[in-house]
Design a protein around this ligand. Structure first.
Ligand code: ADP
Ligand code: F6P
Length: 462
């Protein structure tokens, strides 16, 4: 049993911030994919905190270890739990349902019990390791039962829960056969945080309807327990991204990338996990539409799409990969000119410095999810534009759209509208682009990831 140590911050999330490298990186740790890890890592490092989570490898968990300023407390997940808990209930039921059912969620009783078992295991590891009266912050849709389980095991703890993805409206949430159990799990927390006010409204409505909670403003009363519910939009380490972007090595690499990839053309960039919520396929269709209308645009711009491998055991993700790669092939086949390719596609992760250089090399950034809790890529791009250059095309359906009002906002389902917006972005007058970018930078510099974490912990500590 790990020692009970008084860490200033105790995080519980499905993934640890690092995973075991494969191939050339075998035996080393590398950063886990996704926005949750990008947001929380600097927070836990600053606090010198602990993080309970899964290593990304099935089987017995390694002993607790310290790495990069964080105490890692591994939680084991077996191969069968990976299939039923992670691929199944988390990413086959909850993920599509909470993202507006843009893929049909599957409801299987054989996936539910493993979800309960794995949530219990996370709660046990936390209950064994957290100090008396500690503050514990549980994250995301994989662990919605942990707050109540933990409260039962350790009533002395202050428990917060934050959902990184959207919370669905009543008509979707109501479909879930285990809706009452999920709500009761969440309502074990003292504070529940969401990305947007829309998510808060959705949650309050279903808590009243399906969990008989009494709602008074942003407070819920249930079985004599008070739960505070509010929105806390997640953000980035703005100064770090801004400074990294102006590092001479990164500046040099960005120029080099622009020369190699752009070949005199403007770079339009997409950076996403290869996930059907991200709208990569519609974005490619819009680019195809633009080139169909103006084939000469192949000499003006290139689309660079970086897609991070994700959840490849789930069939919808494999299908998306084939679809995206087919579209890339189709566009390049139809519109390439000798020495000029319209789409450059990479299916891999990149080292942090290389990603920043890529952000810096791009005149236009396309972030077009069909549904997204926040989308940190959009905020990271803005943070790297220290000279106020660059144009952000942003989906109305990303949580980030509430703050980044000066982006060129689009309906990502509208192929024609998106094609027109890309054209507009390519020819936006410099003065207008600067004005928009500088406004977005003002918004983000006033609300960094540290402000996000501080405001949540403050709400939890009262
Ligand atoms: P999600 O959490 O759904 O994956 P976000 O946009 O909020 O979406 O976060 C994605 C995170 O993953 C960002 O912090 C981004 O920097 C990182 N990331 C995206 N693509 C890559 C890549 N190819 N290599 C390394 N990191 C990446
Ligand atoms: O909130 C987005 C999120 O689902 C995180 O919970 C998760 O860590 C990340 O995306 C990446 O997904 P996964 O852990 O399934 O690879």
């Amino acid at each position: 049993m790990p020692a009970r140590k008084k860490w200033p911050l105790f995080i519980v999330a499905n993934r640890l911030p690092v995973v075991r490298g494969k191939g050339k990186g075998e035996g080393t740790w590398k950063r886990s994919p996704g926005g949750l890890v990008s947001a929380l890592t600097p927070i836990v490092q600053r606090a010198g905190g602990a993080w309970a989570g899964w290593t990304g490898t099935t089987g017995p968990a390694p002993d607790p270890f310290d790495y990069d300023g964080i105490a890692h407390l591994p939680v084991p997940i077996s191969r069968t739990q990976l299939a039923s808990f992670y691929d199944g209930f988390c990413n086959g039921t909850i993920w599509p349902l909470y993202h507006g059912a843009i893929r049909e969620p599957e409801y299987h009783r054989r996936w539910w019990q493993p979800y309960v078992t794995v949530n219990r295991r996370f709660a046990e590891v936390t209950a064994e390791s957290a100090a008396q009266d500690a503050t514990v912050w549980v994250h995301d849709y994989q662990l919605q039962l942990v707050p109540a389980l933990l409260r039962e095991m350790r009533p002395d703890l202050r428990i917060g829960f934050f959902l990184h993805i959207p919370f669905p409206p009543e008509e979707l949430f109501g479909r879930l056969p285990w809706r009452r159990q999920i709500l009761e799990g969440l309502l074990g927390a003292d504070v529940i945080g969401f990305q947007t006010q829309g998510d808060v409204g959705n949650f309050l409505r279903v808590a009243r309807r399906y969990a008989d909670a009494r709602v008074d403003g942003g407070q819920l009363q249930i079985h004599g327990h008070t739960v505070n519910v509010d929105s806390f939009p997640v953000s980035t380490d703005f100064d770090h991204y801004s400074q990294m972007a102006s590092d001479p090595k990164v500046v040099k690499r960005a120029v080099q990338l622009h020369h190699q990839v752009g070949q005199g053309r403007k770079i339009i960039l997409g950076v996403d996990r290869l996930d059907y919520t991200k709208g990569i396929d519609v974005r490619l269709r819009a680019f195809h539409e633009l080139l169909s209308r103006r084939p000469e645009a192949v000499r003006e711009c290139v689309l660079v799409q970086l897609a991070v491998p994700s959840r490849w055991r789930v069939s919808e993700y494999r299908e998306l990969r084939s679809q995206v790669e087919e579209l890339v092939g189709q566009i390049n086949g139809e519109f390439s000119e000798v020495g000029l390719t319209p789409v450059q596609y990479m299916h891999r992760e990149l080292p942090f410095n290389e990603l920043i250089a890529l952000y810096r090399s791009a005149e236009v950034m396309m972030v077009t999810p069909l549904a997204d809790g926040m989308n940190l890529v959009a905020k990271e791009y803005v943070a790297t534009r220290f000279d106020n250059s660059g144009v952000l095309i942003l989906s109305e359906f990303a949580g980030a759209a509430e703050e980044l009002k000066s982006a060129l906002q689009v309906n990502p389902h509208d192929v024609d509208g998106l094609a027109e917006t890309i054209d507009m972005a390519l020819s936006l007058p410099e003065k207008e682009a600067t004005r928009r970018m500088s406004r977005m930078r003002d918004v983000l510099s006033e609300h960094t990831v540290y402000d996000w974490a501080d405001s949540f912990i403050e709400a939890l500590d009262v």
